[in-house]
Design a protein around this ligand. Sequence first.
Ligand code: COA
Ligand code: AMP
Length: 668
Amino acid sequence: MSDAHSPARTPPREPIPRAPHQSGSFAEIQAHATSAPDEFWLHQAERIDWFTPPTCATPVQATEPGTDRGSWFADGTLNMSVNTLDRHVAAGRGDQPALISDSAMTGEQSVLSYAQLLERVRNFAGGLHELGVGVGDRVLIYLPMIPEAVVAMLACARIGAIHSVVFGGFAASELAVRINDATPSVIVTATGGLEPSRAVEYLPILHQAIALSTGSVRNVVVKDRPQLDGDITEYANGATAGGSVDVTWRDWEQLESAALPADAVEMRAQDPLYILYTSGTTGSPKGVVRDTGGYAVALEWAMSHIYGIDNQDTIFTASDVGWVVGHSFIVYGPLIAGAATVLYEGKPVGTPDAGTFWRLIEDYKVDVLYTAPTALRAIRREDPTLEELGKYDTSSLKAVYLAGERLDTETWHWANNGIHVPIIDHWWQTETGWPICANPRGVQQLPSKAGSTGVPMPGFLPRILDREGNDVTQPGTEGNIAIQLPLPPGTLIGLWGSTERFVSSYLAEFPGYYATGDAGYFDDDGYLFVMGRTDDVINVAGHRLSTGSLEEVLSQHPDVAECAVLGLHDELKGQRAAGFITMKHGHTRSESDLAIELVALVREVIGPVAAFRDVMVVERLPKTRSGKILRKTIRQIFDGEEVRIPPTIEDITVLDPLFVAAGRTPVR
Ligand code: COA
Ligand code: AMP
């Protein structure tokens, strides 16, 4: 890859006159994107700073991801940190706030202007460079919600390194899986994160993860947080990668302050900006690879047209940098737009109360709040009449955006009636990088509908397909949601290390389409209703989990004969993972001891993020005659739904104890 890159240089620095946004209604914009995608996206690309502007937009061949034929803006070159930082400073807005950091856990608040953030990024990028990190090298970032997380991501982008951020709620072995897949030479971390119930010490987790990994890591850079006990000197001489080569543990401050500032490296549009792991149907997570040019253009479009955010605005996205929402709408999107972004360490409730989000809105004059439905449900549970809201001046707030899981209509109505700004549900995935369907409030506020995620965004052509792949798109017909290829800019260009898995996961099921894994239907007005997953992925508090990987963990236990994990309805978190277990003959533990051990095992292997607490031991699991466990039937029984018993069931009496446990009368 490196031969295509020039050494670091600075692009032309006069403020570039931006192409104006397209005028017209959303329908006109959408029609333009569909009828003339090349022209449409090249026009959008003029709002990005390029070293070499692209002359073509659309990929020639959508099924060759990450190649010249399968890339957006294939002949353009740019640098993402220039687009998020340098260009705003060059335009005379260096003093404007870029990164507002607020920790409800420590009480700390800080603001970095664009000029200050640029300086920190240049220095830390220089530090990474001194550790031998260059174009195409991977850097794993395991950091809590502190400014250093953003600095580290942008520093990687500056020198052409590919970052992979891992959420702090994963355990050592999950971290090791990601280290082995991405093979980073450097890990950037902190002494820990702060959760309401405890301080999460990162260093022992990392130490264990590195010991479990196959040995790519050479340096660990640690940001010391005074609230944590961790001390890198404990690890300085003890840690080994793969049991042989020494890993050097370094202090963040020393590295940042001693380094020579790094200039931005010229990257090709299709060069990977990051790898972000997400749950698939199997135990091994999928490393979604994002490009640089397409992502920059798409996020620039989304910030203004979907969120209505420009360079005078502030957005507060209450997520985590470990998720795609954090990548796109805490870090890259807001900074590309030249806006201020709020980085919040804390919860929607309990830190200290259900008024925290409203306090942040008042303190920072937030224009747009973006969060997960779970967070609103948590606030509603604590403060159903929104008394806390009345205590703050939230007059700056213009809209609330929700995504990550299905927004139930009750919560939608509650929020609409109580918050008095548009409540906008929108739908997308780690893979797509930005919303597939939304309400384009920035260009034209369309009427919102309870239960719907809005209308398709430019370049996304979602269709409803039946199981055989026939296009059955018509109002009211539910089926698999698949998106016609090519996908628009900003969407995944592949899975790290495996083109085959990319094709088999997303492109093979419905030739000519990207399979979203979601099911839903359109209504008469072209609004999409997303109803749930078609695969074994579940969504717990907006966090995507694979039931397959949970089953793999449970079956490791010596007393477990068989198991099935499924997502049951949860009032707060949308879904929760529940494990149904049969025990081996001659087992040594009681059922309750087994349940305790299994909960602990999942926490140890996957991490607290799985929030796994429900275990039920049964005599037998219901199965078809061919031996397939009837997961859907079990779920219907426990979710209180009408139970459709498949005619192929092996023994219907197996269902009786499940009905009883769910407090229902068995159905025959
Ligand atoms: N690092 C380490 N541990 C973490 C963590 C992190 N970054 N984030 C969560 N955890 C831990 C929690 O401490 C908790 O551990 P515990 O079992 O010891 O209590 C466990 O993971 C589950 O956490 P969480 O899902 O946050 O549940 P909760 O009961 O602590 O809080 C809510 C409930 C509703 C407040 C919380 O789920 C929430 O804020 N949801 C919104 C989620 C969201 O924004 N998702 C965005 C996806 S786009
Ligand atoms: P993630 O990749 O973690 O962002 O999870 C993406 C998945 O979350 C989607 O495939 C959907 O299953 C679900 N999802 C995201 N947003 C919504 C939404 N607005 N409504 C319903 N489901 C959603």
